[in-house]
Design a binder for this molecule. Structure first.
Ligand code: C5P
Length: 211
């Protein structure tokens, strides 16, 4: 069990973090939110006033001021040095900036290294956990849902206009398309017709079957 890694990838607002957190709790392991690290990288670039496409400046900045993910079971936190960036990572500003920063290979390489340094077992959640970062994971999942269903879930979390959210989600899907593909050996799950607990139970059954 010491090296068990379950990967849960999927599109924006497909319920990845809630699902990953539920699965991790049931397995008594931490979950790792890679998206939170990408958000922290975007926040760090914004805070430092760096252009979001300046790969050399950004990778130099990350080396000088490393990010750190605290993969706690009750919710991940992202730090830069002693500064807890977590309260400033789910904002419209970061939503708009994050895909550009995540498109930079140097930033991805830095974050991949950090993720691989975390002690297994854990559940890793993101876009490319099953493809690039943990290709030998014990079990892999890829969550989808229609843009309308995802927009409705976001509206339930933060009060906002559903059409505007759906448009923003479609735009983020388009920008993330390259780094967000299911692994050939991932189980695809359309979460649209399922409850959160329904998705968690389905994954737990398949993880047990993979042992
Ligand atoms: O999962 P979340 O929506 O918080 O991720 C924020 C952004 O981080 C995504 O829109 C994507 O641009 C980037 N990301 C990524 N690869 C991952 C996780 C997130 O490129 N593994």
């Amino acid at each position: 069990n010491a090296t068990v890694i379950v990967t849960i990838d999927g599109v924006a607002a497909s319920g990845k973090s809630s699902v990953a957190s539920g699965v991790a709790r049931a397995l008594h392991v931490p979950y790792v939110s890679s998206g939170l690290l990408y958000r922290a990288a975007a926040r760090a670039a914004l805070n430092a006033g760096l252009p979001l496409t300046d790969e050399a400046a950004l990778t130099a900045h990350l080396r000088a001021h490393p990010l750190r993910l605290d993969a706690r079971a009750d919710g991940n936190r992202a730090y830069q040095g002693d500064t807890d960036l977590t309260p400033h990572l789910h904002t419209d500003e970061v939503d708009d900036a994050v895909s550009a920063v995540a498109a930079l290979p140097g930033v991805r390489a830095w974050i991949d290294d950090h993720l691989r340094s975390l002690p297994a077992p854990f559940v890793a959640e993101g876009r490319d956990m099953g493809t690039n970062v943990f290709p030998h994971a014990t079990a892999k999942f890829y969550l989808t849902a229609s843009p309308r269903v995802r927009a409705q879930r976001r509206v339930n979390e933060r009060d906002a206009d559903i059409d505007a959210i759906e448009t923003a989600l479609r735009e983020r899907d388009r920008r993330d398309a390259r780094q967000s593909q299911p692994a050939p050996d991932a189980h695809l799950i359309d979460t649209g017709p399922l409850t959160l607990q329904g998705v968690i139970d389905l994954i737990l059954q398949r993880v047990q079957a993979a042992h």
